[in-house]
Design a protein around this ligand. Structure first.
Ligand code: IPM
Ligand code: MG
Length: 362
């Protein structure tokens, strides 16, 4: 029987609409192959929402997302909106979506494609075989902690304040996701904190250590965040699954992404305890190349694969997309950001068309 899913599409800003169009075409083809029916509904977020209705996350968008089976997001932001006050920034819309859907777990894989080894700024022997999953806490920590703001002191000086705070419940739920993720991978989990300085990190470390007893098959280690940043570029092959707080995860996932040399290839999944997840590329909206048919749609396509795997529990369909991307690279097709001598550079749309041919050749 055909399975039907309602998918909310949030193309957003910059290259968002171009790469989203490719991912939607791919999903339709894979849907035919795998007997899946997708009903797509599009909504506004980020800069386009600001321009259209004056807010970065319209209530209507959040409600549509809440009612759907999964949300596929492209990218938000652009120079034009960078000057607006914080509550009217595209990023505030994204943070509102994460909070509104209670997406506390952010999975960011950083996997080297053997065909793209040259794209990394690190030596091939350092990055060969790298396959890391960063599990980032996404709705707590310093991003959301109170008090926050810029306040006047008694002497009339301005003072900026943010608060890094985690409750035990917040730590435990991300820890469980991380341990379960490590179990499905190579069974190694490294928790990253700053417990030598921060009380909130000491609590984090204590809870993770405590919960490890429930996962005897997972080998747990701890690193301070500064050391983790260094180890990631020194010897990334030592890592399997990393778990860390919101801010540290923001930073470390960019480092992990850059190991692969091709941020245009990396997808992500943001998941809650229940309800729809949000699936989006790690890269941004690249306003400098928007509308020129030059964008790399592969992170968006791989985000659609993550949506199938982690959001809709359709691993066969996910694998089909991932295999098609692998074949495309194997055949030497590239977008400009990942080109190297001897490869064929195609535009965004042509990459999509080639992927569809590969899928249909099966
Ligand atoms: C990310 C981004 C966001 C974050 C910004 C755009 C709010 O850097 O998804 O990593 O800091 O979480
Ligand atoms: Mg970031």
């Amino acid at each position: 029987m055909t399975q039907s899913y309602q998918i909310t599409l949030l193309p957003g800003d910059g290259i968002g609409p171009e790469i989203m169009a490719v991912a939607v075409d791919i999903l339709k083809v894979v849907g035919q192959h795998q007997d899946l029916d997708f009903e797509f509904k599009e909504a506004l977020i980020g800069g386009v929402a600001l321009d259209a209705v004056g807010e970065p996350l319209p209530q209507e968008t959040l409600e549509l997302c809440q009612q759907s089976d999964a949300v596929l997001l492209a990218a938000i932001g652009g120079y034009k909106w960078d000057v607006l006050p914080r509550h009217l920034r595209p990023e505030t819309g994204l943070l509102g979506l994460r909070a509104g859907l209670k997406l506390f777990a952010n999975l960011r894989p950083a996997q080297i494609f053997p065909q793209l080894m040259d794209a990394s700024s690190l030596k091939p022997e350092v990055i060969k075989g790298v396959d890391i999953m960063v599990v980032r806490e996404l709705t707590g920590g310093i991003y959301f902690g109170e008090p926050r703001g810029v306040f006047s002191t008694e002497s009339g000086e301005q003072r900026g304040v943010n608060t890094m705070a985690y409750t035990v419940a917040e730590i435990d739920r991300i820890a469980h996701v991380a341990f379960a993720t490590a179990q499905k991978r190579r069974g190694k989990l490294c928790s990253v904190d700053k417990a030598n300085v921060l009380e909130v990190s000491q609590l984090w470390r204590d809870r993770i250590t405590h919960l490890a007893t429930e996962y005897p098959d997972v080998e747990l280690s701890h690193l301070y965040v500064d050391n983790a940043a260094m180890q990631l570029v020194r010897c990334p092959q030592q890592f399997d699954t990393l778990v860390t707080s919101n801010l540290f995860g923001d930073i470390l996932s960019d480092i992990a992404a850059m190991l692969t040399g091709s941020i245009g290839m990396l997808p992500s999944a943001s998941l809650g305890a229940k309800g729809p997840g949000v699936f989006e590329p790690v890269h941004g909206s690249a306003p400098d190349i928007a509308g020129q048919d030059q964008a790399n749609p592969l992170a968006q396509v791989l985000s659609a694969a993550m949506m199938l795997r982690y959001g809709l529990h359709q691993p066969a369909a996910a694998s089909q997309i991932e295999a098609a991307v692998f074949t495309l690279l194997e055949q030497g097709y590239r977008t400009g950001d990942i080109q190297s001598p001897g490869t064929t550079v195609l535009g965004c749309r042509a990459i999509g068309e080639t992927l569809i041919q590969i899928l249909n050749q099966g």
